[in-house]
Design a protein around this ligand. Sequence first.
Ligand code: AMP
Ligand code: MG
Ligand code: ZN
Length: 429
Amino acid sequence: MKVPTFEIASILEDIKTRISAEDKEKLSWCISQLIESSGKTDLTTHIQSGNTYLTEETLSQIEQHSSLPLIRLAISDEEISRKSINRRISLSSSSSLDLEISLPSANFDINDFNINIFELAKEFGEATLLSIYAQKIFAYWNLFISMGFDLQVFLRYCQYIGEGYKPNLYHNVLHAADVMQACHVFMISTNIVELSEMIPLHIAALMLSAMVHDYKHPGVSNSYLYMIGDKLAIRYNDVSILENYHVSKAFQIALKENMNIFSNISKEEYRTLRKLMINAVLGTDMTKHPQHVSNLSKLSQNNDLKGEKELLISLFMHLGDLSNPSRIEKICEEWTLRICEEFFLQGDKERSNNIPVSPLMDRYLVNIAKSQIGFISGVILPFITPLCREIKGLDFLVTNAQANKEVWAGRINEFEEKIVKSKDQSASL
Ligand code: AMP
Ligand code: MG
Ligand code: ZN
């Protein structure tokens, strides 16, 4: 069983601030034992007392990946770095223990849409891969400097988020990394940043939204939670239950000690970032899909896109979330088999709870190949075809989705046999 060492250590660290000096010492010993015994955690962690600064090594890691100082906030770099350094000093001195995180060096190309995330996950570990993706993407957009993100706080936040994703077949930490990378590729493949005059805050909003957009996903849908009257449905009044949950949790984590990635931006910037992220994550609720499609008409190249940043961020977030049918064949196939099996597991639960089995979720009825042809023809292509007409540079999405649809068409019989076998198995049970 994988022990979430870092998460436990952070909780204990938090408790330490509220107890007696004697108990504090005991707890420090427990934490150090915990960290020491986790020599094989995904990320290298070690205890450091006193002040912590970014090491030369981590700074050079940032520089190595930072290739596009293209956009900046209105304040000067010098001012940002000063604010950032001051903040680091005060953060560090407020805590007797800092867990310094350093990522393994990773030389893959984050800009490549054909990247094999499943192979990379084997090499680096799933949660670590989210942090590696995030570090590369945030460095690419120069966000550590322009948004004053402290690298250690940022990596701690990423790791916490990564470990909070559940090991579902589809809605897991790799899906978060995959969607974030898709959003990054969309931004570098189009001229949308320039056309709409986005600043780092907007890029940060999109990438952070993608990172957290399915945080703690339970592997079942909103309608299932609604039907069983789950606690989450009660908490969020049956409205975008999961999406409210993901984004709310993501902001709660940033309130924890040493997790506040937003500490170097102004209150106003924070409010804007928060609004954009909430809007983008809530927009991933599939009931909002028709709204995204109808919003496409506002994107005609003749229109002024400067006033459409919020809409664009939400649109690209949703596009990233629906990008698995537009990945190359092997990757598309892996995601598809994963989402379908996760759906089937929900169908099994529905059957055993005597509630109607949701569409696409009945393993005894659904032909996966046919379901994908329906999904690509009925949902994906009617969305991405007009989108690619309006926004240049994303034609590969349509080409790949069409090619994948052809591949699924050639596999209908293969998947028909799989259903028949399942029925036989269920009859013989
Ligand atoms: P999310 O659950 O946040 O990842 O939202 C995306 C939604 O799009 C999923 O819940 C599914 O309803 C749908 N979806 C994405 N990919 C597929 C796929 N390959 N086949 C069927 N539905 C999909
Ligand atoms: Mg979701
Ligand atoms: Zn998702």
